[in-house]
Design a protein around this ligand. Structure first.
Ligand code: ARG
Length: 600
């Protein structure tokens, strides 16, 4: 293969901008060359990817082939993709990122990055902080609509998935400096409230209720449903109650607000445990905007009469989107259209992300299409504002069926979290930690590891696939689990502690060198963090970040088993590498909503 070393290039270094991910920085270097190589094709974007064969190099540029097919037959002097690739290589500006390049196959350019540059970049991050590694995204404001349980019904495992996945996505966007509106689109409106309110009046004629009086809202819901189904007169009163509630009658509004408040307290407990923050704008919030929203759609000629209902026909779909029911009432879809209008126009969101089970895909596809037809959203998916439905699969039990507790009720979230914590605590006690640590430390660690394990077991799967909920698996301290990763991080922290060195001082005065192969591999992996977050964010796939984190701890293990740290001649450099690994791991934990632990 043809070899090229950057020192032979005579072009000025025009790539002094060292912000952005490694991939972006490399792309900027190649962009300069592409402009020179094919001046008549100014719009060519550099195609940069990690090398598929690691022996060939670190990254490769894949432009030669596609460029050749663009320019051939248009009077070009190039004789094929290979010469195009060679020219791209020749025209590269001097860059201290690149150690050498080689050409392979039909013009692929393999790049070996400068080891010194990798080391320097890591050290720079240690000094300036990991926030300087935040990816840049093309949006300023985003809505993440997640969790969104329904009033008077228990939050179930599906809502747990939505809460965990949504929180991670919000965290990744926030890290990327996007203003994120974390929206809890609570189901707090609808005809079921008629029956709930009527039942409440029946049980508490003076309308005064305390939380304890209602007890479990789910039980209350079931009892009122039974009443509704079993008694025609009650049913009639319940239907009348809906009208009174929607008409804004005070007595009914109050009862409704009370029921919502009791539910809210239950939800809040789960959020607190999970460390998830959300701002509630439930379905009722958008209710006043529905008539205006539908008028706008009517003006665009989108709404038609069909079998007494008002609907929007969507191409390719057999059943239209119903926006006004036959009885004149609004529904889930009309609320979502009003919410979308509000988010676009009042909140100026450029990206609106909805996290629900895949079962709702059709609903989202339909109203997204309606919004495009109304001209609210561009038809080009790459343009903003845009909407994304983040679907996820089911949580299964060991029997391969939908996860339920013994009583075949839906699993209660709080119980799950309790059990994870209890099991972690038992494992820690077994390791003798009760004698070593304070009770608070034991408690906090059990919580961090237990809740972290539940979250990670969910996030590590591609969200679209179903996964089996299994405590033994997720709490295993070996393999791809939060327990293993949190312990790995704690061990790194302990290496640094035991060295007795002041890491802040080392950062300023020491220097990272990546002499051994394992050191370089670890270093390069660290540097790939920004582009991984960017990918996870852009494609809304938290598992990409989990894979990266697991890989990182594996690469650290190889490094640690090959390279002595404390007491070696390279101690300073290797301690800094340990610190950089710990910093990146902590950022991953943070983005995944997992609390790190520092000793184990
Ligand atoms: N409350 C709904 C459910 O439990 C989820 C709401 C999702 N968000 C939305 N804007 N539709 O299924």
């Amino acid at each position: 293969p043809v070899k090229w070393a950057h020192s032979t290039s005579t072009m000025a270094d025009t790539t002094k901008d060292d912000t952005g991910s490694l991939k972006e920085q490399l792309a900027k270097v190649f962009e300069v060359s592409l402009k020179v190589t094919v001046p008549d094709e100014p719009e060519v974007l550099p195609l940069i990817a990690p090398c598929s064969r690691k022996e060939a190099g670190d990254y490769q540029c894949n432009n030669a082939m596609s460029l050749w097919s663009k320019i051939k037959g248009k009077g070009t002097d190039y004789k094929g993709p290979q010469p195009v690739g060679q020219a791209i290589m020749r025209n590269l500006p001097a860059s201290d990122m690149i150690e050498s390049c080689s050409i392979a196959g039909p013009g692929f350019i393999n790049v070996k990055l400068s080891t010194q540059w990798i080391a320097k970049s890591i050290q720079k991050m240690l000094i300036d902080g990991i926030d300087t590694w935040a990816p840049k995204l093309p949006v300023k404001t985003a809505v993440v609509d997640f969790s969104s349980p329904n009033i008077a019904k228990e939050m179930h495992v599906g809502h747990l998935r939505s809460t965990i996945i949504g929180d991670t996505l919000a965290r990744m966007l926030e890290y990327s400096k996007v203003d994120v509106l974390r929206r809890n689109h609570v189901g707090d409106w609808g005809t079921q409230f008629g029956m709930l309110i009527e039942f409440l009046f029946e049980k508490f004629p003076d309308g005064k209720v305390n939380d304890q009086d209602i007890g479990e809202l789910e039980v209350f819901y079931k009892a009122s449903k039974q009443r509704f189904d079993g008694d025609a007169a009650f049913k009639e009163r319940a239907q009348q109650a809906v009208v009174s509630l929607q008409g804004g009658e005070e007595k009914y509004r109050k009862a409704w607000a009370q029921i919502c408040e009791i539910s809210r307290k239950g939800f809040e407990k789960v959020y607190q445990r999970l460390g998830v923050h959300l701002e509630e704008k439930g379905e009722s919030f958008y209710n006043p905007f529905i008539p205006g929203t539908l008028d706008l759609l009517r003006q665009k000629g989108l709404i038609e009469e069909s079998e007494g209902a008002q609907v929007i026909f969507i191409e390719g779909k057999k059943i239209p989107l119903i926006v006004v029911k036959r009885d004149g009432g609004f529904n889930y879809a009309s609320t979502d259209l009003a919410a979308l209008w509000y988010r676009l126009n009042e909140e100026k969101a450029e990206w609106i992300i909805y996290v629900t089970d895949v079962g709702q895909r059709e609903h989202f596809e339909m109203f997204f299409t309606a919004a495009k037809r109304a001209g609210w959203l561009p038809t080009d998916e790459n343009k903003h504002p845009k909407t994304s439905h983040v679907g996820f699969g089911l949580v299964l039990g060991d029997d391969g069926k939908r996860f339920r507790t013994r009583s075949t009720e839906v699993v209660k979230l709080v119980d799950l979290l309790d059990e994870a914590k209890t099991r972690c605590k038992a494992a820690l006690v077994e390791r003798g930690k009760a004698a070593e640590w304070t009770p608070e430390e034991l408690e906090q660690t059990a919580e961090a590891v237990g809740y972290g394990a539940v979250k990670y077991a969910d996030l590590k799967n591609n969200r679209l696939t179903n996964y089996t909920f299994n405590f033994d698996q997720m709490l295993n301290d070996k393999g791809n689990t939060a327990v293993y990763l949190l312990y790995a991080h704690a061990r790194i922290c302990s290496i640094i502690r035991k060295s007795g060195k002041d890491i802040e001082e080392l950062k300023r005065e020491g220097q990272i060198k990546l002499e051994k192969d394992e050191e370089r591999k670890l270093g390069l992996h660290l540097l790939q963090f920004p582009e991984v977050v960017e990918e996870a964010c852009t494609n809304l796939l938290p598992n990409v970040l989990c894979e990266y984190l697991y890989d990182l701890s594996e690469k650290f293990t190889s490094f640690y088993s090959e390279c002595q740290v404390v007491g070696s001649a390279e101690e300073t450099s290797r301690l800094l590498l340990c610190e950089a690994t710990a910093v990146v791991m902590r950022k991953c934990f943070h983005l995944l909503g997992i609390t790190p632990v520092y000793k184990i």
